[in-house]
Ligand binder design. Structure first.
Ligand code: NTF
Length: 821
């Protein structure tokens, strides 16, 4: 079962050697952090051999490589996951045990590399795991942010952001590769020169430049010796800071350069589904794109290929619009640096670039002001002008005289560069991330583009990796599945879980399944006790909503419903409610006021409800601080109910929904994003579906909304909950604390649509669905069946399936086998 090349004795010696060389310590006197470092370096040592072999095989096989361009890779902790994928978790656990060290405790020493916000970044990480596991040569390209996603503290119910200095102790798995350093240029002006044949040459002058320095992080395939690379770029000044400078002017210039360079990669913007339009963000985008493309082009040539063969050897998948400046940068490299004609370069670019859309939220659309854009990237801007000119010409040809079309579709418009339009004009493939989302793109948001270029559009429903979210997050359940199926093959073939379906009629299996859920609930309860000092009842229903805080995700609907239930318990003590623990986890973007108010409201409700002894602990509300990949793993495994309650049409896919399902939680959700497909797989009877459909939502939106006062006036229970927002019940007497939330639901002061996210409109049907949850859980056997069938039906939602679809329809790359030689 163990990988034979992983020798236990040798491994133990290696750890001791590392402790000695790194810290001048032995196992007995080393701290947990030092042990974590020593163990990680010992694991890396084993990875290195496979990594070298992978690169060799990749070259030998002349592979086409997938380059996944993304501003975010939310990889999560590496140590445990690497050991799982190397199939050495148990062996290392034993080896450490013999040394008197607990592997679990060491895993907790690792800081989450939080190089992403939420779904988009975590999807990129799942994709890398699947690519390596399936044997496809691939590179993730991104930024080595010095500070990742902020750490969240809750003080007096309010979110506080703490800088995430994740590199504080060093990151043992990364590898610095200074030999791949690339220069990236910003600003200045473009001088045009003509050669003897009157060909124009474009020369950038008076620019500022920065060195992009590569760090590689190994991405380990499951049980196949494949190791791909996540390439993240750090920024360094080109003029090295020189203390021997005689000229004090130079001295200050050098210091200045140093700062200009460093601050490019200082911090990840903490916005999810929201575009802030900051110049530094555009700098970050061009910085990592230019470095990645230059380096890809060099690698291509080094491998002996002609630039014109590029589309046979490389595919650039652009993760949302954030990396779409790649289109213009590739044109620049091919035309200005490689001397290709525009047509040749366009032919290559449009065959190499593919684009994934992850949202229809209009506030997430990137539109850069032309003055900012052209000042920072003068040559890139010229190229975009030419792309736009030609694209507009095409639109004219197709729709003569239709200026309205041109206005709607052009890349440059109203003083802005529309990045999504640039991506669609250039890419040969445009995909959405769940069936419903892709349909909305085709028929609503990107209707004009779909009409003109239908062949580009396709769907790739998201998936998640079962290696992290089942094998690592839920070892109890994984072992049970292995036992029941008589194989571990579901680790790479999730569809096998289907064979668990007959167990839904086996009482023994059902009680074992729920026994495992109970153990996982105990594990989460211990986490909550330790971090929140709240006692939760493991016999209560664990009803969980964890995801970024966003109005469209409707955490507000959830907490308003909790307020309603609490009122009912007080007003009707005779009514029976099944014990419930409502668990929240969510970070709000630092500048998103409304989202922060909702966090405060959740914590205020928790404060009141958890301390009211009259309800006998039947209702608890827990807000888990600093929701991130590492505690997510504990949370998914312990959930009974998975809250996926976004306003229909707004959540492109969701991926948390899949992680819950895999771990046997039942979805309580709207017909939105991938929920639609989850319900299709598991059956409507094994989920709780409520609320407006996406068609209904879109219809209301087109007609200016609805009147929430009708609901306020007709439903006294809802009215009471709303009134409590402004009567001080949850504000410690402060009636103004939640006034903005109240106004947003009933009469927004900024003239926007009242109840934009249809919270009150969906309230009654959400309440009904919650009552059905209560009833279903009382019948323990029925619930066990539903839960088990969710796990058994999650096969489709492995990112392995998603990646195979990308390969078949878009990338057309080939698997390699990393040899034993
Ligand atoms: C997110 N988009 C969507 O909001 C999620 O529904 C989806 O599951 C993930 O992408 C992954 O596809 C974004 O984060 C962004 F940036 F596009 F707004």
């Amino acid at each position: 079962m163990f990988d034979t090349r992983f020798d236990k004795k040798k491994f133990q010696t290696e750890i001791q050697e590392n402790l000695k060389n790194l810290f001048r310590k032995s196992v007995e006197d080393a701290s947990s952090q030092e042990l974590f470092q020593a163990v990680s370096f010992a694991v890396k040592e084993v990875i290195m051999d496979d990594w070298m072999k992978t690169k060799k095989t990749e070259k030998k096989e002349e592979s086409k490589v997938v380059v996944y361009l993304s501003m975010e890779f939310l990889v999560g902790r590496a140590l445990g996951n690497n050991l799982i994928n190397m199939k050495n978790y148990k062996m290392v656990e034993e080896a450490l045990d013999e040394l008197g060290v607990d592997l679990n405790a060491l895993e907790d020493e690792e800081r989450d590399p939080a190089l992403g916000n939420g779904g988009l970044g975590r999807l990129a990480a799942c994709f890398l795991d699947s690519l390596a596991t399936l044997g496809y040569p691939a590179y993730g390209c991104g930024i080595r942010y010095r500070y990742g996603m902020f750490r969240q503290k809750i003080e007096e119910g309010y979110q506080k952001e703490i800088p995430d200095d994740w590199l504080m102790n060093g990151y043992p798995f990364e590898l610095r590769r200074p030999e791949y350093t690339q220069e990236v240029r910003f600003g200045g002006n473009i001088r045009v020169e003509h050669d003897e044949f009157n060909n124009a040459k474009f020369i950038q002058e008076n620019y500022q430049s920065v060195n992009a320095v590569l760090y590689e992080i190994p991405i380990i395939g499951y049980n196949n010796h494949m190791v791909n690379s996540l390439c993240v770029w750090d920024a360094e000044p080109i003029v090295n800071f020189r203390l021997d400078s005689f000229d004090s002017g130079d001295y200050y210039k050098a210091v200045e350069q140093e700062n200009v360079a460093r601050n490019i990669v200082d911090v990840l913007y903490p916005n999810d589904n929201h575009y802030a339009g900051k110049e530094l963000r555009l700098k970050q985008q061009y910085f990592f794109i230019s470095a990645s493309l230059q380096s890809a082009l060099k690698a291509l040539k080094e491998r002996g290929y002609a630039v014109k063969e590029m589309d046979k050897k490389i595919i650039f998948q652009m993760n949302d619009t954030h990396p779409t400046v790649a289109v213009a940068e590739l044109m620049r490299l091919l035309v200005d640096e490689e001397g290709l004609s525009w047509e040749e370069a366009w032919g290559i670019t449009s065959k190499c670039c593919a684009y994934t859309n992850h949202t229809i939220m209009s506030e997430a659309l990137e539109k850069w002001p032309i003055d900012l854009f052209s000042r920072l990237l003068p040559r890139i801007y010229q190229i975009i002008q030419e792309i736009d000119r030609r694209f507009v010409e095409q639109i004219h040809q197709r729709y003569p005289g239709n200026e309205e079309k041109v206005r709607r579709m052009s890349i440059l418009c109203d003083g802005q560069v529309r990045m999504a339009h640039l991506a669609i004009a250039a890419a040969f493939s445009v995909n959405g991330v769940a069936r419903l989302h892709t349909e909305i793109l085709k028929h609503q948001e990107l209707k004009d583009f779909y009409e003109m270029m239908p062949e580009k559009f396709n769907n790739k429903t998201n998936g998640v990796t079962q290696r992290r979210f089942l094998l690592h997050a839920n070892p109890e359940l994984s072992n049970w599945i292995t036992d029941k199926l008589g194989t571990e093959d579901f680790a790479t073939n999730l569809e096998l879980l289907e064979n668990l379906k007959p167990l839904a009629d086996n009482d023994n299996a059902l009680s074992e399944f729920m026994g495992i859920k109970r153990k996982n609930k105990e594990r989460l309860a211990a986490y909550i006790k330790k971090h929140n000092n709240i006692e939760v009842d493991v016999d209560s229903i664990f009803d969980v909503q964890v995801k970024r805080l966003h109005e469209y995700k409707r955490q507000l609907l959830n907490i308003l419903h909790v307020m309603y239930v609490y009122n009912q318990m007080k007003e009707h003590p005779e009514k029976s409610y099944y014990k419930r623990t409502y668990i929240f986890g969510a970070k709000a973007s630092a500048g998103y006021t409304r989202a922060k108010e909702i966090i405060k409201l959740i914590n205020s409700v928790a404060e009141v409800v958890n301390n009211d002894r009259s309800i006998n602990g039947k209702l608890k509300v827990v807000f888990i601080e600093d929701y991130r990949v590492s505690n997510a793993e504990i949370i998914f495994a312990a959930a009974d109910v998975s809250e996926q309650i976004s306003t229909a049409s707004k959540e492109a896919s969701g991926t948390g929904n899949m992680k819950f399902m895999m771990n046997g939680a039942v979805t309580l959700g709207t017909m939105d994003g991938a929920n639609v497909e989850i319900v299709e797989e598991v059956g409507r009877e094994n989920a709780f579906i409520f609320g407006l459909s996406s068609e209904e939502v879109i219809h209301f939106e087109k007609n200016g909304g609805y009147n929430p006062w009708d609901i306020y006036n007709q439903d006294q229970d809802i009215r009471k909950v709303l009134d409590q927002l402004v009567d001080g019940t949850y504000g410690n007497g402060d009636k103004e604390l939640y006034r903005n939330i109240y106004d947003s639901l009933l009469s927004p002061k900024d003239g926007s649509m009242a109840d934009m996210y249809f919270i009150l409109k969906d309230f009654a049907s959400y309440r009904d669905a919650q009552e059905q949850v209560d009833a279903a859980y009382r019948d323990q056997k029925r619930w066990a069946k539903m839960a088990l069938l969710n796990t058994a039906s999650c096969g489709k939602f492995s990112s392995d399936r998603t990646i195979e679809e990308y390969v078949a329809d878009i990338w057309h790359s080939k698997k390699i086998k990393v040899g034993e030689e």
